[in-house]
Design a binder for this molecule. Structure first.
Ligand SMILES: Cc1ncc(COP(=O)(O)O)c(C=O)c1O
Length: 363
């Protein structure tokens, strides 16, 4: 069986580290996507215990999962589409909602009317990512409409998102920051009071002090997966994905392993079977590329990773029951990701629901 051990002390360490780096700015703990696979509720509780004022999620439904678990503090949910059934309850329970256009503003106003509560709104401006966020041409109109909706809407912040903060000295970070400052200034000229501004994700928090403003939105950094190639910043990986050897058997030279016969033994080889497959978040692209650690040594994954299992060519002695480290402190999720041609974010986030999360460290 594969288990994901989540070290809450490592998350606390990473939080402290980010807090030191960003000094004056508040740290939002980004816990969307089940806290990047680490388990939203235990991680959120650990962050709140450590004084985190803001939690960030993508979906309104994620915010309501936190509310249903008893979280009454500040939450921002930033990604939703027309007719989202959870908007009214978000307004009723004082979840801050990201608003990027007039249609979204109208929906939160309707929810404010229906619930009798002012909607808490954070206006998002597109400074260069070109996903959601209000385009600059629409920004003045959105600001004016928001001000006019005053009795129904409380603006709690203005924010944006960066495209290339994971690259040191990337010129677009500076350009996006200038656009952000201009957008804030033009909103103020139109009469908007901006209580809070935020722009930075983890890499920006770690690399670009000029993007810190009032708050940084930190996800991957809290989980100890470095967002910047070749740097670890002293972050501690929070998740270790560990399995064990289920069985060992010798295959003859010429024997092929797993579906599609993509790997063939060139000599008699001991093959270890490991429970854990793409249903558990071991990417199929790990087939014949990635390594796992058994008894302190790297061993190659051979043949195709299947839904529930993968195979390893043993390099030395190993027995059923021996520990198989897929990633953790060493190798890291980023090391494993590199071999699978993806990023550490995707590796930790895609750990499947049947993998038990075991929590260690102070809750
Ligand atoms: C809008 C927004 N802010 C912040 C984050 C957190 O980013 P990171 O995990 O790099 O800290 C994300 C993550 O995707 C995001 O979408």
């Amino acid at each position: 069986m594969t288990t994901a051990t989540v070290d809450l002390d490592a998350i606390a360490h990473n939080l402290d580290l980010v807090r030191t780096v960003v000094s004056g700015a508040d740290v939002m703990g980004v816990v969307k996507a089940d806290a990047y696979g680490h388990g939203m509720l235990p991680v959120a509780a650990a962050l709140r215990t450590r004084g985190v004022n803001w939690l960030g999620v993508a979906l309104p439904s994620e915010a309501l999962t936190l509310r249903d678990a008893g979280d009454t503090e500040r939450i921002l949910a930033w990604l939703w589409s027309p007719g989202d059934v959870d908007i009214e309850r978000c307004v009723a329970t004082e979840v801050d909602l990201g608003v990027s256009n007039s249609r979204m503003l109208k929906e939160v106003c309707a929810a404010a009317v229906a619930t009798g509560k002012k909607a808490r709104v954070q206006l998002k401006v597109d400074t260069g990512v070109s996903r959601n966020g209000c385009s600059l041409s629409q920004w003045p109109a959105l600001i004016t409409e928001t001000i006019e909706a005053g009795p129904l809407v409380e603006v709690t912040g203005v924010w944006s998102h960066l495209a290339n903060a994971d690259v040191p000295n990337h010129p677009s970070v500076h350009e996006q920051r200038l656009v952000f400052d201009q957008a804030c200034a033009s909103a103020e000229d139109l009469g908007l009071v901006i209580p809070m501004r935020h722009l930075a994700n983890s890499p920006a928090a770690l690399l670009y002090p000029e993007t810190h403003y009032d708050l940084v939105r930190v996800g991957i950094g809290l989980y100890g997966v470095s967002p910047v190639e070749g740097r670890d910043f002293g972050l501690r990986p929070a998740m270790a994905l560990v399995s064990s050897v289920a069985s060992v058997k010798a295959v003859d030279a010429g024997a092929s392993v797993s579906y599609g016969a993509t790997w063939t033994a060139t000599e008699e080889t001991s093959i270890a079977l490991v429970l854990g497959g793409y249903a558990d978040g071991i990417p199929r692209s790990a087939s014949n590329r990635a390594e796992v650690f058994i008894n302190g040594r790297p061993h190659p994954i051979v043949g195709r990773v299947a839904m529930d299992q993968f195979m390893v060519a043993l390099q030395g002695e190993a027995r059923a029951g021996d520990e198989v480290i897929i990633f953790g402190v060493a190798p890291t999720a980023n090391d494993f990701a590199r071999a699978c041609e993806t990023i550490g974010y995707e590796i930790v986030t895609r750990i499947g629901p049947r993998v038990p999360r075991v929590y260690v460290g102070a809750p």
